[in-house]
Design a protein around this ligand. Structure first.
Ligand code: ZN
Length: 260
């Protein structure tokens, strides 16, 4: 009996010690690697001298990705990147699709010149959201995001994301109140909400400046392509100078979109 009791107390001690140590170390969500592998297996991205798969990035911590695509240019869209960047396979597909189907026609429509370069502030960056020291990791930690600061047209003109193109007042605020849902991320949802996947189309945004119709078109198109689109007027004040685009999974079924 004494032996049994000591075994039980030893087990209890171990259990309490484990609890005191806190949760197991953070692990990269399984869907991330799955999405990358599936995208590559289905050859969703055509390899070229401008797009090639490089060695996996492992850590620090949960950061990194299995199949980084190094992109110098989006080949379908015929658009170079201001600086070579790495990103996930699903991000290459989404970026190339958005540039080809939304940005290029909009640029020709509004400026009479196609886009030859997408200006970026980066893709991979191991950090938490909004550069905080706590809270959820940013999609940039997995190179599953790209910050777009503007475009260079074939005729040399530059169109930048900026305060001048911000909607005022933000129509998103009211949308958020109306469509707020609860996801397994809990509080995270309160911080980043937007039209749910059932919202037929993102609300029309009134941008200021000459490029107003262009940006409205480009951003609404981004909202239909990416799972997260954040830009000027997104209330957190962190996206006044760029469009943040990512392929995160939101909500219970991972299909909710955030568009602000
Ligand atoms: Zn970003």
């Amino acid at each position: 009996m004494a032996g049994f009791l000591s075994r039980v107390s030893a087990l209890l001690f171990v259990a309490i010690a484990l609890a005191a140590c806190g949760r197991a170390p953070e692990q990269r969500a399984e869907w991330r690697g799955q999405a990358e592998r599936e995208c590559v297996r289905n050859a969703r991205v055509a390899m070229s001298p401008q797009i090639r798969v490089t060695r996996p990035i492992e850590g620090p911590g949960v950061c990194g990705l299995e199949l980084p695509h190094r992109v110098e240019a989006f080949t379908r869209a015929g658009t170079r990147v201001s600086t070579p960047v790495v990103m996930t396979c699903p991000m290459v597909v989404a970026m190339d699709g958005w540039l080809t189907e939304v940005v290029q026609p909009a640029a020709v429509d509004h400026f009479g010149s196609p886009v030859v370069e997408v200006m970026t502030a980066g893709t991979y960056n191991c950090r938490r959201m909004l550069n905080r020291s706590y809270g959820p990791m940013s999609e940039h930690s997995y190179a599953n995001a790209m910050d777009v600061t503007g475009f260079v047209l074939a005729d040399g003109r530059r169109i930048r994301v900026g305060r001048a193109s911000a909607p005022s007042p933000s129509p998103w605020f009211w949308q958020n109140e109306r469509t707020m849902g609860v996801s397994r991320d809990g509080w995270f949802d309160l911080m980043q909400t937007g039209p749910g996947e059932d919202a037929a189309a993102p609300p029309d945004i009134t941008f200021g400046g000459d490029a107003k119709p262009f940006w409205r078109h480009v951003r609404n198109g981004a909202c239909n392509t990416f799972s997260t689109t954040l830009g000027p007027g997104s209330e957190d004040g962190a996206h006044e100078e760029h469009l943040h685009l990512d392929m995160a999974r939101h909500g219970r079924d991972g299909r909710r979109r955030i568009c602000r």
